[in-house]
Design a protein around this ligand. Structure first.
Ligand code: PXP
Length: 260
């Protein structure tokens, strides 16, 4: 089955209208790793996220393995009923693992050991920065993995992403999420313009980072966006109301935003 087969199955099931919610379950693993024990299990959380209506599952296997472990990806590849989006750096070891797992989708991200979470999009200004990302994109796409690049919402970076052979870009919504008022409105316009441009050069358009129940609706209403990756806010709510309900509530906000 190909990536587009997955999407058409979700559409037939009424699970995927024109916006997919991919739930990032990294922070379930963060709680587990705080005690180096076996609970809570992100694989069990994945089942509940699917029951709550997730269209896909996102996991970031960091080089430092600070949250998701190889064992989690192994089990998810066997048990998930929705597509897996594996986030990884373009480092040789990580790309080799991803090619062996062959998830439906991969998203190449930058990674710094000292950061709390992914801080910005991929830097693609110089040939030295572009080469590993281009090589990783080619290897993953040749292996049948729909490959997306996590980038800031800028025209030049979008054009470079297309030139590197990516199938999609994930627009970094962090600056939108971290601002307020007129500044946030300007960031929303920036995201909307970037989404339109990415679509015009043939890329599928995803977005994510820092999106919450409170700030997601205007982003979800951007017509060209077809997938949102949301983690921290959903997992935080799940601690209080349960995973299924937390995902269902986010899904409902996205559906309403699309309708309006
Ligand atoms: N997209 C990417 C590429 C990410 O690295 C992250 C954070 O792991 C997310 C989306 C989700 O961000 P958040 O946890 O803030 O929803």
């Amino acid at each position: 089955m190909t990536y587009s087969d997955d999407i058409s199955i979700l559409r037939r099931q009424g699970r995927c209208t024109d916006m997919r919610l991919y739930v990032n379950i990294d922070h379930v693993a963060t709680v587990r790793q705080a005690r180096m024990t076996d609970e809570p299990d992100p694989v069990r959380a994945a089942v509940l996220a699917e029951l709550g209506g997730a269209d896909g599952l996102t996991v970031h296997l960091r080089e430092d393995r600070r949250h998701i472990q190889d064992r989690d990806v192994d089990l998810l590849m066997d048990t998930a009923r929705t597509p897996i989006n594996l986030e990884l750096t373009a480092a040789e070891e990580m790309v080799a693992l991803a090619c062996a797992w062959c998830p439906r989708q991969a998203t190449l991200v930058p990674e710094k050991r000292e950061e709390i979470t992914t801080e910005g999009g991929l830097a693609l200004d110089t040939e030295t920065q572009r080469r590993p990302v281009g090589d990783a994109t080619r290897r993953l796409q040749d292996g049948g993995v729909h490959t997306s690049l996590f980038i800031d919402p800028d025209q030049d970076t979008i054009r470079i992403s297309a030139d590197l052979g990516a199938a999609a870009v994930e627009l970094h919504t962090g600056e939108y999420a971290n601002t307020e008022g007129a500044e946030r409105a300007a960031q929303l316009t920036r995201l909307s313009d970037a989404a339109a441009f990415a679509r015009s050069v043939g890329l599928a358009v995803h977005a994510g980072h820092g999106l919450t129940y409170e700030n997601v609706a205007p982003v979800a209403a951007i017509d060209e966006l077809e997938e949102l990756n949301i983690g921290h806010s959903i997992i935080s709510r799940a601690v209080l109301v349960g995973m299924e309900r937390a995902v269902r509530e986010m899904s409902e906000i996205l559906r309403r935003a699309r309708r309006s």
